[in-house]
Write a protein that binds this ligand. Structure first.
Ligand code: FAD
Ligand code: NAD
Length: 471
């Protein structure tokens, strides 16, 4: 089928690709009265990624950290159309986006196209595997909700298989060796959460096995958490040491087999280590659809890290496309904080664009008119409109305001690098920082409903412990 017509032809069509941090923050502040707004995303919900490792270990339930996108859009002034589909192609010249229903159940129509006036490209990134053999087949990821649920099942399966009667000591050790690859914040937070699960709950549920459980964090660089200050890196390393989480730095994973992981050690020797589960948290790479879009603009889009945007987040070389979040290559880190601020900024830009477009339309109409009696007045009005259009043409550049970096490291401890006045940096760590981490994340959740669910889960786990049933 050909491009669909927008539902109100007098309004411009704004298509938002994605329902993650960038897109949701935009939708939260966007004045939908000015546009026909369509949201296209394969996920019909927003996922609060910072708490994903807590789902993987059963501290939080999956539903507590997601919010249906319709929950947000139904409260908007004008209807927003939410479509559960993946964008498969963007034509930046004819301004058409193709999309496809990639879910399990499909109707008679499962792919179509839509014309846009403005496109907000916020599809995020996917997990980087560096094409290392066995990663896709044998490791769990930690990016989407499914990944966390899969990891939880695998972890509990390893425990139950280790508890199977007659298992040799060697096999028990293998099954209970959990390897986390990537010493960035995802890998560190997950290792900390696994340790909590072990200490708080598994010690009483599987007393005969618990001392055989081993957590190893493998990092290719000389230290974990390179984005944090030295003092917090040291603090994390010593907390992990106490928690008996092994950190192997300068060690690179070369292959993941069904029952082992192949490591290149600091002295470049190769060692094969048996394990029951590998979690792959080795960073981001671009999605195929983003690469293809960039390839259509070979002169302007040359950065292999992501989409190049100007200071107003417009994709270079494309008319009407704005790109935000993890799919872009900017001087900012690929974080939720950046994506959310960019989304909120774009909501303001669209307000201004709506004003400019209305002024332009009035100007065009006036220019086409002749008014023999009021010619002077018409001319004055045209001049006024022209200067107003010129003013609204200029958008204030996006400016990121860093609120600090926070990470949970297990054992009821968190680390925080916080900007202190204009120049300094305040590095804090420990139990108080952990309480700050909890309250900060609770307040950052987009809805009261999610806040209540997360707080309730925390209380539930405190009273009853984590659930060890394998769903
Ligand atoms: P995302 O939030 O990933 O959203 C992308 C959206 O696009 C999704 O809805 C996806 O379904 C959709 N999509 C995918 N393909 C298509 C397609 N073809 N067409 C249309 N839509 C598509 N950052 C922090 O600042 N603090 C933290 O504590 C933190 N913790 C994290 C913990 C984990 C486990 C992870 C994985 C990340 C964490 N991050 C954190 C990073 C943060 O989640 C990302 O930087 C952020 O999600 C980027 O926002 P985004 O909108 O660009 O992409
Ligand atoms: P990352 O890119 O920060 O870290 C991945 C790590 O994996 C790197 O240190 C890399 O050296 C290592 N690695 C890659 N290949 C390897 C291999 N073969 N063997 C061993 N190590 C290997 O990825 P992340 O932790 O998923 O974070 C992604 C983004 O999300 C970052 O910008 C991060 O700041 C953000 N994030 C922030 C928080 C937080 O603030 N609490 C939490 C999670 C993620």
């Amino acid at each position: 089928p050909g491009p669909q017509e927008p539902h109100d032809p007098t309004k411009k069509t704004l298509v938002v690709l994605g329902s993650g941090w960038g897109a949701t923050s935009l939708l939260e502040s966007l004045d939908t009265e000015e546009y026909n707004v369509f949201v296209i995303s394969p996920r019909n919900y927003f996922l609060f990624t910072p708490l994903l490792p807590s789902v993987a270990t059963g501290t939080l339930s999956a539903k507590s950290i997601i919010q249906p996108t319709r929950y947000m859009t139904r409260h908007k002034k004008r209807q927003v159309t939410v479509i559960e589909a993946s964008a498969t192609d963007v034509d930046p010249v004819n301004k058409i986006v193709q999309f496809k229903d990639t879910s399990e159940v499909q109707g008679l129509v499962s792919s179509t196209a839509m014309k846009y006036d403005y496109l907000v490209y916020a599809v995020g990134a996917e997990t980087q595997t560096f094409n290392i053999p066995g990663v896709r087949e044998n490791a769990c990821f930690m990016k989407e909700l499914d990944d966390a649920e899969r990891m939880q099942r695998r972890f509990l399966d390893c425990l139950e298989s280790a508890a199977f009667p007659g298992q040799s000591k060697e096999e028990v050790d293998r099954l209970l060796h959990m390897v986390v690859v990537g010493g960035g914040p995802t890998g560190v937070e997950l290792s900390g959460e696994l340790h909590d699960f072990l200490e708080d709950d598994l010690r009483s549920w599987y007393p005969e096995l618990v001392d055989s459980i081993k957590i190893t964090l493998v990092e290719a660089l000389p230290s974990v958490l390179p984005m944090f200050s030295k003092q917090l890196i040291d603090y994390t390393e010593s907390t992990f040491k106490e928690a008996k989480i092994d950190i192997m730095t300068k060690t690179m994973v070369k292959e993941i087999k069904e029952k082992s992981v192949v490591l290149q050690m600091p002295d470049r020797s190769i060692r094969e280590v048996p394990c029951g589960m590998v979690v792959w948290a080795a960073g981001n790479t671009l999605r195929g659809v983003t690469r293809e879009l960039m390839a259509k603009l070979p002169n302007e889009q040359t950065n292999r890290r992501g989409i190049t945007v100007d200071e107003s987040l417009r994709m270079k070389g494309a008319d009407g496309i704005f790109a935000i979040g993890d799919c872009t290559a900017t001087s900012y880190a690929p974080t939720a904080q950046v994506a959310a601020q960019e989304g909120a900024y774009l909501a303001r830009v669209f307000k201004q664009l709506a004003k400019r477009d209305a002024l332009r339309a009035e100007l065009e109409e006036l220019k086409g008119q002749t008014a023999p009696e009021g010619e002077q007045e018409r001319k004055v009005r045209v001049e006024t409109l022209e200067s107003q259009v010129a003013k609204t043409d200029k958008t204030r550049p996006f400016k990121y305001s860093h609120q600090g970096s926070l990470a949970y490291i297990g054992s009821d401890k968190a680390i925080a690098d916080l900007p202190f006045f204009s120049s300094g940096n305040l590095a804090t760590a420990g139990v108080a920082t952990y309480l700050f981490w909890r309250s900060a994340y609770l307040s950052k959740l987009f809805s009261l409903r999610n806040r209540a669910l997360v707080a309730n889960d925390w209380i539930k786990v405190k009273i009853f412990g984590r659930d060890v049933s394998r769903e």
